[in-house]
Write a protein that binds this ligand. Structure first.
Ligand SMILES: C[S@@+](CC[C@H](N)C(=O)[O-])C[C@H]1O[C@@H](n2cnc3c(N)ncnc32)[C@H](O)[C@@H]1O
Length: 246
């Protein structure tokens, strides 16, 4: 079977075949510029996941190791998204142990990063690492990862996103990657909008049962007249860039 990477490289005309790239945006100059830049940044990407701190070493690493090529590709797509946007500030809803933040910050090292997560005090409470059986402490792992990479301009904020009706910061780039059930996904998308971003990036956007209907509701109800373009990215689980009108 072809790996996801081979599929991506295999057919030039099919590179952006996600159905989020609906016809209406294909002629948009901003969409075309973004697509060209994203493709070049992905092709030129030499960034690699951290050898000690990544999804391939985290508590449930076996899940990611089973499809290593596909997940390497996914995290390189994160890198290319960040490189293309070149944000000055990144807010991520759902930092976990920092694997995605590593990709975003490595691509845009001048950006400030604010990660919001409940870390070990939320849905991850009580988890142990499947290999060494030690308590899983994602915020500490993220801190060690950031220290090793030399990232200094960041905050890892422990908070229940459901306790917020507004993000405490504005940001040009907000990543939505916390809980992906319909209610939480929709609530997080609305929360993302309160930071007044230029770009929202939604990870795992292809889930037909939960995330996708929530994104569609968000687009219909909350983004009327506000969308510059949508840009879907083909990787395991799928990603969606929402460019808002300035
Ligand atoms: C899919 S993981 C994030 C993965 C990470 N972005 C990466 O790619 O490495 C989802 C994260 O969302 C967090 N989360 C889920 N619901 C939350 C909530 N209501 N408030 C804060 N964090 C939440 C979890 O603690 C978990 O760390």
């Amino acid at each position: 079977m072809l790996s996801i990477k081979r599929l991506w490289q295999g057919n030039k005309n099919d590179k952006m075949s996600s159905d989020w790239n609906i016809q209406v945006y294909q002629e948009d100059k901003g969409f075309q510029k973004f697509r060209q830049s994203f493709e070049a940044n992905l092709k030129d990407c030499t960034w690699e996941t951290h050898p000690k701190y990544s999804v391939f070493t985290q508590y449930d690493q076996e899940f990611y190791l089973k499809e290593r090529d596909a997940f390497e590709h996914k995290y390189r797509c994160f890198y290319a998204v960040s490189k293309t946007i070149a944000p000055s500030k990144i807010i991520e809803l759902g930092t976990h142990a920092g694997a995605s933040a590593d990709a975003y910050l490595s691509a845009s090292p001048g950006a400030e990063y604010i990660g919001l997560d409940q870390y070990e005090d939320g849905v991850l409470r009580g988890l142990v690492h499947h290999v060494d059986q030690t308590p899983w402490q994602p915020r500490e792992v993220a801190r060690q990862l950031f220290e090793d990479r030399g990232f200094k301009n960041y905050q890892l904020v422990k908070v229940d996103l459901r306790s917020l009706d507004k993000l405490p910061f504005t940001s040009d780039f907000v990543v939505v990657d916390a809980a992906h059930d319909f209610e939480n996904e929709y609530a997080d998308l609305r929360l993302a909008l309160t930071a007044n971003p230029t770009f929202i990036f939604v990870d795992d956007s292809d889930d037909e049962n939960e995330a996708k209907p929530a994104i569609e509701k968000f687009i219909r109800r909350d983004l009327k007249g506000k969308i510059g373009f949508l840009f879907g990215i083909n990787y395991i689980g799928g990603g969606l860039v929402i460019k808002l009108k300035n």
